[in-house]
Design a protein around this ligand. Sequence first.
Ligand code: CO
Length: 251
Amino acid sequence: MSVSIKNAREIELMRHAGKLLEQVHNELGKMIRPGITTLDIDRAGEKMIRDLGCIPNFKNYNGYPASICTSVNDEVVHGIPSKKRVLREGDIISLDAGLIYEGYHSDAARTYAVGNISPEAQKLMDVTRESFFEGIKYAKAGHHLHEISAAIGNYCESRGYGVVRDLVGHGIGTHLHEDPQIPNFACRSRGIRLRPGMTLAIEPMITMGTWEVAWLDDDWTVVTEDGSLAAHYENTVLITDGEPELLTLTL
Ligand code: CO
C-alpha cells in the first residue's frame, strides 16, 4: 500500500478541483424540490462539470452509467439517476459528485431534504454531517488514520445510528480512489500515520437502522438491508501541518 503525498503544485490543482466541485454542488443543491427527477440532476451536473472544462470522474468508472450518484431515502450511495425517479415531498436525497481538473480529482457528497421532511430524517442528516466534523478533528499530521474512523463511528453509534461498514472513504489525487481506505468505524489497528500533503475523501454513510446493506439488481445502488433511511456526507480533505483544509466545503 502506498499513500501519495502531494507537492505544492499538486495541492494547488487539488484546491482548484475542489473549488470547482463546490460550485457544482451549490448549483445542484438549489435544484432539489418535489417534481424534479434524478436524471434532471445528473444532466445538469454533467453539463456544469463539462462547462467548467472538467471531466466527470464517476462517469464510466467501473461501468457506472452517470456523472452524479443520486441516492433517495433507503438508498445509501451509488443510486443511478433515472427519469422515472421523481422526487417527492418528504424524501431525502444524497448527491455524490466528483470531477477531474488538470488530472486531479475531487469528490464530495451532500444529503438534502426534499420540501418538508420528518424531524427524524433531519436529525439523521445532521448527525451524519456532524460526524464528519468529529472525524476531522483527528485529520492532522501525527495522528493516525483510524482515529478519524473511530471518532465518526462512535459519534453515530452512540446516538443509535447504523454505520455502514461495506463501503469506506479513500485517498484521492490523480485517481478517484487511492490508498488508504478510510473506514467510518473503530478499528483494532490504528492505521497509517497522517502526513502533510495527503488528500483524503472522508465520507460517513449513516442509517437510521441497521449498518447492513444490500445491492440492487442494477449492481450499483446500495440500499439499507432493513429499508431504513440513510444519509451521506463527504469532503476531499488536505492534511497540513496544522488544521485540515477542506477542499470541497460548501454551506
Ligand atoms: Co468518495
